[in-house]
Design a protein around this ligand. Structure first.
Ligand SMILES: Nc1ncnc2c1ncn2[C@@H]1O[C@H](COP(=O)(O)OP(=O)(O)OP(=O)(O)O)[C@@H](O)[C@H]1O
Ligand SMILES: [Mg+2]
Length: 294
């Protein structure tokens, strides 16, 4: 099977690579390409996961459509046949890329948490709070919060960890009005999506959104409610008081732990069955959430 981790599209104007996605400048718009790269414990694996990029692209597309009555988003075109001339030379782009509006970034990561996990759990154990939000006492790891909370973080450069910040600090960065608007939208989107995914057997424990300015409006950008930007937990395995299994990355994490991986590059090669099973999990997530098959 064709696995695409590193692309070269000489006719396209490359802008930057993230851990998983590559961005190209098409003039009026950006092209966002989702590759098959996978990062675990913040390290990019050597091996790609077959179909992962296509699946992430389809999942983002689904949620953008799902939430468009709440807020406008950056999607311009997802159908490869309608892409501009210079893209058509690269059929690999089909299904794994979208053309988007060029927005001016609002420089915070908009995280919504419905459950306490990850950096939120670490902060809570030290202070009883996340982002200066006082939480009930005696919460257990992975416990559901009384209501979803908006916990912004900074957007740090590659290699640095984003830092959770308080509401006041976020307001100083982006202004009160912008803060209040995106907080309200982010919570509304989370609640609607959470309820939908839960009805399908997936807990969206938390998720990260990004917003930007376009045409004097605030729109939703970036990837959206994918397993890479969210914690997806299988509902049937959920049990508070411990770290949860990840819907998509559990095979990879289990393998890396089993070989004592030190969580630093270079990543080891993954066994065939780990790659295969992981690819199947992504397919399952796509099917459960959208009803689509790859
Ligand atoms: N419509 C848009 N307009 C402008 N910038 C965008 C748009 N959509 C996404 N971006 C930006 O493009 C970048 C996407 O890159 P990507 O997520 O692949 O890498 P990253 O955020 O640098 O790293 P990571 O792999 O940790 O996510 C982000 O900086 C995001 O804010
Ligand atoms: Mg990113």
């Amino acid at each position: 099977m064709n696995v695409l981790t590193d692309y070269i599209f000489p006719k396209l104007n490359f802008v930057k690579s993230g851990k998983v996605r590559d961005i190209y400048d098409l003039g009026e718009h950006f092209l966002i390409v989702s590759t098959d790269r996978l990062s675990a414990f913040d390290v990019i694996m050597q091996d790609g996961i077959p179909n992962k990029g296509k699946i992430l692209n389809k999942i983002s597309k689904f949620w953008f459509e799902f939430s468009k009555d709440i807020i406008e988003n950056h999607v311009v075109e997802t159908n490869f046949n309608n892409f501009p001339e210079e893209c058509l030379a690269y059929p690999e782009l089909n299904d794994r890329s979208m053309i988007v509006k060029k927005a001016k970034l609002i420089p915070i990561e908009c995280i919504v948490r419905g459950y306490i996990s990850g950096s939120g759990w670490i902060d809570y154990q030290k202070t009883g709070k996340i982002c200066d939000i006082e939480l009930p006492k005696n919460l257990l790891e992975s416990e559901k919060l009384p209501e979803p909370i908006f916990t912004p973080s900074t957007k740090e450069d590659v290699g640095e960890h984003d830092r959770n910040i308080s509401e006041n600090e976020a307001k100083n960065l982006i202004g009160n009005d912008v803060f209040n608007f995106i907080k309200e939208k982010a919570l509304e989107i989370y609640i609607k999506s959470y309820n939908y995914a839960l009805s399908k057997g997936i807990i969206i424990a938390d998720t990260k959104m990004e917003f930007g300015f376009y045409d004097n409006k605030i729109i939703l950008i970036d990837e959206f409610l994918t397993p890479d930007s969210s914690r997806f937990w299988p509902l049937t395995e959920y049990e508070k008081g411990k770290t949860q299994n990840s819907f998509d990355k559990q095979y990879v994490r289990d393998y890396l732990i089993s070989i004592g991986f030190n969580k630093k590059p270079p990543a080891p090669k993954l066994p065939e069955d780990v790659i295969f099973n992981t690819s199947k999990k992504y397919e399952e997530a796509l099917f459960i959430l959208t009803g689509e098959k790859i």
